[in-house]
Design a protein around this ligand. Structure first.
Ligand code: AMP
Length: 541
């Protein structure tokens, strides 16, 4: 027997249509230089319609890819809905990728129109001759500045000349709505194509109170760039629930963020740990009123336990640790404690909150050994995390590497984890970052987090270095806080680790660096360190 319910397609269009009806007075606030630009949802929706008309006039048809090269700003929020709701595919480009990768991505996705922030024009001008499919460039401003790009249009001019109503089509929910390429992989980036259905379900997943818990009462500030997994899906979730949106533009230094939170009374924000480590250091010397914030979602890399504890105890700021991937839209797990866990002693609660947490409904998990057999949920046994669910990719876009990662209906994440009896996932390492010492595995993430808890350390990364006897041994690369640059020693670091780690787990050497290199999305880039110290000769222990 079949259910007798409507077959109502899950597309982004109803979210676009309901926002001005129910939440017309809500705002998208963008930091532009020293001013705050404000656009209400009632103003935003007709501009989205104008943009859809303009795109159609430029020749954009169903399924065409429309690229953006832009910071987090209100025009980007207009593109986020105009492109998918007219039936085309939104493709935000990562501003920090090296030129060869950008060219590869634009050509691989076959982008037809490229929107670019005026401040970023020089980058695109250099690459444009190598783009094979781009037919139009649009500068996201009032007019077109001096440029070599052609044909080129001004965003505001296109909108001025377009109607503010658009007959948004009825779309199939499985149609492509957006695409993002994974960062940090070796070889060419891999394309992930989200559907309308996956995006709507993912937005609902984000809104659940056991997840990010975004609500109408929130003022949400995605600091995570709109090119990094669609700002983790936050713009869609905010429009869906009617939360105000605050966008920092290019102003993402700790002081900019603190001022913006204070000025706009942000309640919920999200970004990678390096951002919040920076904010924490700032708060040691400067005072801001951040009391409006009730949730800081931290993900993309492991949130160190000391960051979670210190932010809460010293600054009253609540970090919620989450894990995800481009292939997962990105929501995978969230570390919100259950009723029972909230009864545990405080130290155990912080231990749990430093884990990556539990998957929301919609994400199924398992960890498997080398024989692809599920490992027990005992919080100890290592396995590779596999996932499946309605907002998880089933293959990469036109890429024969898909077979390596997608098997038997599961996506193999490449993350090595333990899962405890409560279903809390802890990321031990990326498969390739684990230090394989003799028969034992050492988690580089555990060592890094412990080193970064040292009060004189700014950042630390641990990498595997080849060893004649043990195959690999850990090398700690430590960036001291500037004021301790000349005084912090190897012995200080090793003594600090000795209480928490067995002797065989300790790094064989500690070297001091100015800063840990970062990837295009602000994560530690261990590839660079590995290449730099490939031939490093470790001292005798
Ligand atoms: P990306 O697709 O660029 O967002 O990268 C996804 C990868 O980032 C995951 O496979 C993890 O290795 C890592 N990652 C994301 N969130 C976390 C987290 N909370 N803790 C540890 N690693 C994380």
């Amino acid at each position: 027997m079949q259910g007798l319910m409507m077959d109502y397609p899950l597309t982004l269009t109803p979210l676009l249509e309901r926002a001005p009806k129910f939440f017309g007075h809500k705002e998208i606030i963008t930091k532009a230089g020293t001013t705050l630009e404000r656009e209400t949802f009632a103003e935003w929706a007709p501009r989205v319609a104008r943009l859809a008309n303009a795109l159609e006039k430029l020749g954009v048809r169903r399924g065409d890819r429309v690229a953006t090269f832009a910071w987090n700003n209100a025009r980007h929020m207009e593109l986020y809905f105009a492109v998918p709701c007219m039936g085309a595919v939104l493709h935000p480009l990562n501003l920090r990728l090296p030129p060869d990768q950008l060219v590869y991505i634009v050509n691989h996705a076959e982008d037809t129109v490229l929107f670019v922030d005026a401040s970023l024009l020089p980058v695109i001008e250099k690459l444009a001759p190598q783009f094979k499919s781009v037919k139009h460039f649009v500068v996201m401003g009032d007019s077109v500045p001096e440029t070599t790009l052609t044909p080129v249009h001004a965003y505001e001019e296109l909108l001025r000349n377009a109607s503010d109503t658009y007959p948004f089509p009825n779309l199939d929910e499985n149609q492509a709505a957006g695409m993002c390429y994974t960062s940090g992989t070796t070889g060419h980036p891999k394309g992930v194509v989200y559907s309308h259905r996956s995006m709507v379900l993912h937005s609902m997943g984000l809104a659940m109170s056991s997840s990010f818990g975004i609500a109408e009462s929130d003022i949400a500030m995605p600091v995570v760039p709109m090119f990094h997994v669609m700002a983790w899906g936050l713009p869609f979730a905010c429009i869906m629930v009617g939360a105000d949106v605050v966008l920092p533009g290019p102003h993402m230094q700790p002081r900019d963020l603190a001022e913006l939170i204070q000025a706009t009374r942000v309640t919920l924000t999200a970004g990678v740990p390096t951002l919040w480590l920076g904010l924490m250091n700032l708060l040691e010397n400067e005072r801001y009123d951040l009391s409006s914030l009730h949730t800081m979602v931290v993900g993309g890399s492991a949130a160190p336990r000391f960051l979670i504890e210190k932010m809460e105890k010293q600054h009253g700021l609540k970090i919620i640790h989450a894990w995800g991937m481009t292939e997962m839209s990105p929501l995978g797990t969230v570390s919100r404690l259950t009723k029972a866990q909230l009864q545990l002693p405080e130290a155990e609660q912080f231990d749990l909150r430093a884990k990556q947490g539990m998957p929301p409904p919609g994400v199924e998990i398992r960890a498997v050994d080398e024989m692809n057999q599920a490992v027990p949920w005992d919080g100890k046994t290592f396995g590779e995390l596999q996932v499946r669910g309605p907002w998880i990719a089933r293959e990469y876009y036109k890429d024969d590497r898909s077979a390596n990662s997608f098997r038997d209906g599961w996506f193999a994440t490449g993350d090595v984890v333990t899962i405890d009896a409560a279903g809390f996932v802890q990321i031990v390492d990326r498969t390739k970052d684990l230090v394989k010492s003799g028969g034992e595995w050492i988690s580089s993430v555990d060592l890094e987090n412990a080193i970064m808890a040292h009060p004189q350390v700014l950042e630390a990364a641990v990498i595997a270095v080849t060893h004649p006897k043990w195959q690999e041994r850990p090398l700690a690369c430590v960036a001291p806080k500037p004021e301790f640059k000349d005084t912090l020693t190897k012995k200080d670091i090793l003594d600090h680790l000795r209480t928490r780690f067995a002797a065989w787990e300790l790094p064989d050497d500690v070297i001091f660096i100015d800063a840990v290199p970062k990837t295009s999305v602000g994560k530690f880039d261990k590839k660079v360190l590995r290449a730099q110290y490939r031939d490093y000769v470790l001292p005798e222990r």
